[in-house]
Write a protein that binds this ligand. Structure first.
Ligand SMILES: NC(=O)c1ccc[n+]([C@@H]2O[C@H](COP(=O)([O-])OP(=O)(O)OC[C@H]3O[C@@H](n4cnc5c(N)ncnc54)[C@H](OP(=O)(O)O)[C@@H]3O)[C@@H](O)[C@H]2O)c1
Length: 267
């Protein structure tokens, strides 16, 4: 996707995988000044870990989300940014035609992408955000961080237990799967099918799964009940387009990137 974009704009650049093992990561980041690169992406499991090596040169969003997925050069400095926020919001609002203002949202998961989603939702005026995950401490830490920044949004901590999920789905407008379930545990469905009520006129929810490899059980169950669904392809596309802009200073050629992405993902 990135190389197709470089080519389309006549930029001589390559986008290469750079595999770093956990014990090497520290050394690479400490010597980052010597890296002969114009920019790079950071992915699981280093998005949070990389923050300390880039401080104080972080964008406002990266600082608030406490995760960096894009690093670019500004003069001699490396700057850490989080383009997942932009990718998520653009996909939700542009492709999903979803207006966040005054909406109630249930998010499954409390990892890096859940944090990016919470930030984007608060920034765009969500009324109530319910976060359901298996580790209570992670949910608590997200709520503590974002409550300080956004006083107009209310937060509800939940677990993945039946009763909590039922509560989380009451009067909800948007349901997000921000867990890795769907990639790793393909047959697992975090929300039991019977908790997803059939859509009624004027009460059609949006189910958004950040997974982009395939249509997950989460989306299939929602679709079967007549709800709208979105996968993570748009989010992946837009986060990449924003990273492209930060690296090159030029607007990303979104159409060629989308075509290439779909071709590679076999969609
Ligand atoms: N479309 C895009 O552009 C885009 C961007 C970013 C991420 N993603 C996708 O979003 C997903 C999450 O990414 P991330 O960066 O947020 O990862 P992460 O920081 O590792 O967080 C993963 C979350 O999933 C939860 N989880 C994993 N297995 C689970 C299970 N069996 N049952 C319940 N919860 C489970 C984890 O719970 P614990 O904390 O308890 O382990 C954690 O809350 C991945 O599939 C990733 O590919 C897509």
């Amino acid at each position: 996707m990135q190389e197709t974009a470089f080519k389309a704009l006549g930029i001589k650049a390559f986008y290469l995988p750079f595999e770093v093992r956990p014990h090497e990561f520290r050394r690479v980041m400490r010597r980052k000044r010597n890296l002969i690169l114009d920019g790079f992406n950071v992915t699981v499991p280093y998005k949070g870990e990389v923050v300390k090596y880039l401080r104080p040169n972080l964008t406002y969003e990266a600082r608030a989300v406490k995760a960096v997925n894009t690093v670019y050069r500004k003069g001699k400095k490396w700057v850490g940014a989080n383009t997942d926020v932009y990718g998520f919001l653009t996909s939700l609002q542009k492709d999903g035609r979803f207006r966040t203002k005054d909406k109630n949202v249930l998010i499954l998961g409390a990892g890096g992408s859940a944090r990016a989603a919470v930030y984007g939702l608060c920034k765009s005026g969500a009324r109530e955000i319910r976060i359901a995950a298996r580790r209570k401490s992670r949910v608590g830490s997200i709520i503590q961080d974002f409550r300080k920044l956004f006083s107009r949004t209310s937060f509800v901590p939940l677990t993945l237990q039946h009763g909590d999920l039922k509560r989380g789905l009451e009067d909800v407008h948007l349901v997000i799967n921000a867990t890795s379930v769907g990639v790793v545990f393909k047959t697992l469905q975090l929300i039991p099918d019977k908790l997803i009520l059939r859509s009624q006129r004027g009460r059609r929810l949006l189910f958004f799964d950040f997974v982009y490899h395939e249509k997950t059980k989460f989306l299939k169950a929602a679709s079967k009940k007549g709800h709208r669904t979105m996968d993570g392809v748009g989010m992946l596309l837009y986060q990449g387009a924003e990273a492209f802009r930060l690296w090159t200073g030029r607007k990303a050629p979104i159409h060629v990137m989308r075509t290439k992405l779909k071709e590679k993902l076999d969609l």
